[in-house]
Design a protein around this ligand. Sequence first.
Ligand SMILES: NC(=O)c1ccc[n+]([C@@H]2O[C@H](COP(=O)([O-])OP(=O)(O)OC[C@H]3O[C@@H](n4cnc5c(N)ncnc54)[C@H](OP(=O)(O)O)[C@@H]3O)[C@@H](O)[C@H]2O)c1
Length: 270
Amino acid sequence: MTPIWPDHLFLVGCGNMAGQMLARWLACGLDPARVTVLRPSGKPVAEGVQVVTDYPSALPARTTVLLGMKPYQLGDVAASLAPLCGGDTRIVSILAGTRLAELRARFAQAGEIVRAMPNLPVGIGEGVTALHADAALPAASRGAVEAFIAPLGLAEWIADEGQFNEVTALSGCGPAFLFRFIDAFARAGEALGLPADQSARMALATVRGSASMAARASESPAILADRVASPGGMTRQGLNVLDADERLLKLLTDTLAAARDRGEEMARGG
Ligand SMILES: NC(=O)c1ccc[n+]([C@@H]2O[C@H](COP(=O)([O-])OP(=O)(O)OC[C@H]3O[C@@H](n4cnc5c(N)ncnc54)[C@H](OP(=O)(O)O)[C@@H]3O)[C@@H](O)[C@H]2O)c1
């Protein structure tokens, strides 16, 4: 999908996550002259990108605002930003746990509001971004948002906003779970006697190669696993361990459920 860039992009906060998104957009051709970043530290972001420490007196026409600060700062940010937003301002919020209704209440005069939940690999264009907007958001606007998010990787609309914690558990927290898996895979090789550095390299390359292969295959990963495992062979013997009592599935379900439950707890203020 060819990216469609906003006429102007105003980032509120440019830390770990928004910084990754912006870096990828710039690498894919977004003109830095169209970007303004507001961050209290005033630290430079990238050549040609204007960084400000205070709000301008007005936003350019058809600005897309990316809310990329911490969720608890929304009240302060909205107090200064909302008066600058008009019907042609699109707001994209990556604030975890902040619902559309709250954003709409804070930015009553703004145009379209979209929630986005990106994960860290967006910085290399291989991320996952879950999107949610009012059912009334026109198809053309959805298309424009998708074309803006496309350089970051996979974009998926979530119909039910109540599922954001599930989505965050899977794709938002997912990179950490997979880093842990890769590490454990390498340490398991080491436990069997392989040199640690060699096992680490081989584990990472095996995960990367298998993920790329699964992404290109027409069969599901479940079928691919069975294809690799001939009856009575080594792979089948190993899979029997992962599959016993659905051990791996249960472990991962418990992992996602714990992350989701923590999201719900935090939303209740815990
Ligand atoms: N990290 C993730 O994996 C992830 C995933 C999905 C969504 N998110 C969401 O992304 C948002 C940012 O998280 P992060 O990890 O990127 O945090 P972060 O690295 O701490 O970045 C926060 C940014 O907000 C800026 N900021 C601080 N106070 C501000 C204020 N009063 N007004 C405007 N900007 C202010 C900071 O400015 P300085 O740079 O000047 O300090 C910084 O650029 C959060 O809402 C989080 O829910 C994060």
